[in-house]
Design a protein around this ligand. Structure first.
Ligand SMILES: Cc1cc2nc3c(=O)[nH]c(=O)nc-3n(C[C@H](O)[C@H](O)[C@H](O)COP(=O)(O)OP(=O)(O)OC[C@H]3O[C@@H](n4cnc5c(N)ncnc54)[C@H](O)[C@@H]3O)c2cc1C
Length: 431
């Protein structure tokens, strides 16, 4: 058996893996790096797939990196990692190759969760999980002839997808099992106006229910049954109920705790030469808290940090572990600061301005999450204070004001100083 050994092997070329590769190349230019991905194409914005598959955005705009861009590392595309042998520092690949590594970064993301009716993972024609470019292309080809659509899952992916489909003239029913859409990031009160806005686009929203059966004409999907017993006409079923870490190939690696690939704040697994990042991981803080910040901005930030950490004597912690991300839902800007934690208190503006809603999830006098809807001014410093665990105490209601001026110039100053300090620290280390 021939084994080619690399200084660094990265599994996964999504936002996390590509940023790790770029950071490692920049920081350790002499190292030989290999990046492996199961997809044939990488370097695209997964977050924009709903816009692409509904025809709102052309395919070429999806890509932030082109296959012929000079990247300075080797790739194996369309090839999956199948098994990890930590004793030998070997990774077995789907093309029969075995590669050796000195350092390994696991960035294989998640795989879509399928509802129980697809337990055998066989989906009839017309039903698709929304996750990869290859499937998004199939959806795009399928939609023009099959415009009666049921979207399962009222989270970010399902809600965004429904909006773009409705804007494209499709007949859309959005099904969410919780009492309101975006249940993991918004309270019912703040979700309500957004839900009305989406319903006004002509989307039929069904909450407190799920789909427990589908009917086919022997080949393709024709109807979907809600748990209430009602049958919905359905020519296309889009599944957007989230993802789960894709950790199957690590089964014998002794890196998995329960169902989790756990890393420390320096993004190291229990094997200090193996890092893991992005949607694949759970980050355990020094206090023992477990975080799963599965968002695009976190994948980017963790990727950069892991690439930077790969050959350092001690791994620097990831700068922030938050689930902050920004959206625009059909003209309504939305800044998600993070979902409610167990036992967190909801503080929201009692009498919102039209079109503007703000809420925070508070633990003691710290903001631990929340959302700004309709007006996201001031989100940067709010995020900063939240991420640093600052006590805001009685100031919280002020921050709920529209176009908040609650941040003294001093807060902006502190933010700028912290950014400068971080930059200098990194530059100092590089020098
Ligand atoms: C439709 C959609 C819309 C979204 N919208 C938003 C949004 O608006 N805002 C936001 O913050 N987040 C959004 N997300 C989530 C965001 O895209 C993810 O958090 C982010 O892409 C995670 O990056 P990652 O690199 O960890 O994983 P991924 O992007 O999933 O990349 C992992 C890569 O690893 C590859 N891989 C997996 N297993 C193997 C293996 N065994 N061997 C080799 N390669 C492997 C996969 O093929 C994949 O290319 C969205 C997700 C989807 C699906």
């Amino acid at each position: 058996m021939t084994v080619t050994t690399y200084d660094l092997v990265i599994v996964g070329g999504g936002a996390a893996g590509l940023n790790a590769a770029a950071a490692a190349r920049a920081r350790f230019p002499g190292k030989r790096v290999l990046l492996i991905d199961g997809e044939e194409e990488i370097g695209y914005y997964r977050t924009l797939l709903p816009m692409f598959m509904t025809g709102v955005m052309p395919e070429e705009k999806l890509f932030f990196q082109r296959p012929d861009d000079p990247v300075g590392y080797e790739t194996r595309l369309g090839v999956r990692a199948l098994a990890l042998d930590r004793e030998q520092n070997h990774l077995s690949l789907g093309n029969g190759e075995v590669v050796g590594y000195e350092r390994l970064i696991l960035a294989q993301g998640g795989r879509p969760i399928l509802p129980p009716m697809f337990a055998d993972r066989r989906l009839p024609a017309g039903s698709f999980p929304v996750r990869s470019l290859a499937v998004a292309r199939r959806i795009k080809d399928w939609l023009p002839e099959h415009r009666r659509i049921v979207v399962l899952g009222g989270g970010l992916v399902g809600s965004k997808t429904s909006v773009f489909l409705a804007m494209g003239g499709c007949q859309v029913t959005l099904v969410e099992k919780e009492p309101h859409i975006l249940p993991t990031v918004l309270s019912e009160r703040t979700a309500a106006p957004l839900q009305r806005h989406i319903a006004n686009l002509g989307i039929d929203i069904r909450v407190n229910t799920t789909i427990d059966e589908i009917e086919t004409d022997g080949n393709k999907v024709t109807r979907a049954r809600l748990s209430t017993g009602e049958w919905l006409p359905c020519e296309t079923l889009l599944i957007g109920i989230g993802g789960t870490p894709d950790i199957g190939f690590l089964a014998d690696s002794d890196l998995i705790d329960g169902e989790e690939l756990v890393v420390n704040p320096g993004l190291q697994t229990r094997d200090p030469n193996i890092f893991a990042i992005g949607d694949a991981v759970t980050i355990e803080t020094a206090e023992g808290e477990h975080h799963q910040p599965w968002t695009w901005p976190q994948a980017v930030s963790q990727g950069k940090r892991a690439g930077d950490n790969a050959f350092r004597p001690s791994a620097a912690p990831v700068p922030r572990v938050t689930r902050v991300n920004a959206q625009n839902i059909s003209g309504i800007p939305l800044m998600i600061l993070g979902g409610p934690g167990v036992g967190s208190e909801v503080v929201s503006r009692p009498d919102p301005d039209p079109g503007v809603w703000r809420e925070f999830f508070m633990e003691a006098d710290r903001i631990v999450g929340g959302a700004l809807v309709g007006d996201i001014a001031g989100a940067g410093p709010l995020h900063f204070r939240m991420a640093n665990g600052e006590a805001v105490g009685g100031e919280a209601p002020q921050h709920l004001q529209r176009r908040t001026r609650a941040f003294a110039a001093e807060s902006w100053g502190r933010l700028a100083r912290a950014r400068r300090a971080r930059r200098f620290a990194m530059e100092g280390e590089r020098a």
